[in-house]
Design a protein around this ligand. Sequence first.
Ligand code: NAD
Length: 249
Amino acid sequence: MGEYDGIKALVTGGGSGIGRATAELLHARGAQVAVLDLDPSGAPEGTFGIRCDVSQDDEVRAAVEAAAEQGGGIDVVVNNAGIGAQGDVTANSDDEWHRVLDINVLGIVRVTRAALSHLRTSEHAAVVNTCSIAGWAGLPQRALYSASKGAVQALTLAMAADHVREGIRINCVNPGTADTPWVGRLLEAAADPAAERAALEARQPTGRLVSAADVAQAICYLASPGSSSTTGTVLAVDGGMYGLRVRPS
Ligand code: NAD
């Protein structure tokens, strides 16, 4: 028997990067996995892709119910879908602030809310939110993104307190700069992508970017029955950047 045999998991943003690596690992370990994504074509083989925009409540409710129906319930929710934003506090319009908060923060509220009745009847209920070291550290030129991830971290702890007596564990991971298509897009937009990548790597205490697979391992630990005494925690997967107080620029 695998560690996740019988576990029904739902992963948002599971069509790419960290979410895709997580969906793949959960599936490989025996879970039944539904992937909710704007573009479900990237859902790993063996998982069930459902198109869903986490900023649309009606789509979220329908997708969560479809996942529950397909799997026969929901034990694990990985709230991973998110988008980025650059710049200081003057850089983004009110509409941009609303959009990023709507996806990164309210997306988690909508999905968790829609899955709650299923989680309440599960023997192994766990929610894992993908936050960021931006939610902890004062990163330059990330005002909006940091605000959204700070909110994700606080929301994680508040939800963990609210639902602990219902047997639902809620934790988050804080990745550092991870080698995903998202970061690939940022590098491609740089004047010299190779030099930019080398600079990013040089800033990591480990000398390399975090891999999506490393973050997936941490998420899977927090989602697994093996972490049954862990709730309300923030697990950094950042190559030591936050704990060792390295300032990215
Ligand atoms: P990615 O762009 O590779 O993947 C994100 C996925 O989310 C995509 O499949 C996309 O279609 C989906 N998505 C975006 N908006 C959505 C929406 N409204 N509804 C449903 N799906 C949506 O990104 P990634 O690097 O894997 O990032 C995943 C998460 O990790 C994000 O929450 C991000 O903030 C967080 N994170 C990433 C890094 C990093 O360096 N890559 C670091 C810290 C935290």
